[in-house]
Design a protein around this ligand. Structure first.
Ligand SMILES: [Zn+2]
Length: 220
């Protein structure tokens, strides 16, 4: 763990638990550029941690402070996502600069760090989310190459059990997405964000039977 302090933070709101973990990719051409931006006072962005592709963890903001990573966001009706979350940036060029798989060393470091965070801040597993989950109309990160299934297998977050593919016509996908936590003011964007997270094999925005059955499996 390398202490690389960012000036971009403020106080957390009082009386609100830290009960979310938000994962991002940096979406910058290099790790160096990303780190500089996350520590640049003019950029006004930060996260609590950044994990390099080789597994190096940079600690940027203390967990008891509010880092500025989620922007305009909403999860389970909570709009101050920064106020109640810990944010982790994973170095990856992202969809704009050459999206690529997250290396094993980076994922191993994430599993260890996230496990520590969850021990300090107990939270419902459904509150381990990606930036796209909390800002579906604006964001894609960490995206469909991120191994949410592997993370869930390590005890961090949720992955729906291989579900029976229902034959019923979907219908209330938006309703189910809202129940799980998504902001459905742009329903198509919410479906795409859900698929990036939970059905990375086909991200088409169609609320088909498989999408609905995965949602039902998550909702239990
Ligand atoms: Zn992000």
């Amino acid at each position: 763990m390398i202490e690389t302090r960012s000036p971009n933070f403020d106080d957390r709101p009082e009386g609100i638990p830290v009960d979310m973990l938000v994962l991002h990719y940096t979406g910058m051409p290099s790790a160096k550029a990303a780190l500089e931006r996350l520590c640049d006072p003019a950029a006004k962005v930060s996260a609590h941690y950044m994990i390099d592709e080789d597994g190096t963890v940079h600690a940027l903001v203390a967990e008891d402070k509010r880092a500025w990573h989620a922007g305009v966001a909403c999860w389970r009706g909570e709009t101050d996502v920064n106020g109640r979350s810990v944010g982790i940036e994973l170095v990856n060029p992202g969809h704009e600069f050459g999206y690529r798989p997250f290396p094993e060393a980076q994922m191993a470091a994430l599993v260890e760090l996230a496990g520590d965070i969850l021990s300090r801040h107990p939270m419902p597993p459904g509150n381990v989310v990606g930036h796209a989950d909390v800002a579906p109309a604006r964001k894609q990160d960490p995206g469909e190459l991120f191994d949410w299934q592997g993370l869930a297998a390590a005890g961090i977050g949720l992955w729906p059990e291989a579900s029976v593919k229902t034959k019923e016509a979907p219908g209330d996908a938006a309703n189910l997405l809202a129940r799980y936590g998504y902001d459905i003011s742009d329903p198509a964007a919410a479906v795409i964000a859900f698929q990036r997270h939970f059905r990375p094999g086909r991200i088409d925005g169609a609320a088909d039977a498989e999408t609905v059955s995965l949602l039902q499996a998550l909702l239990g």
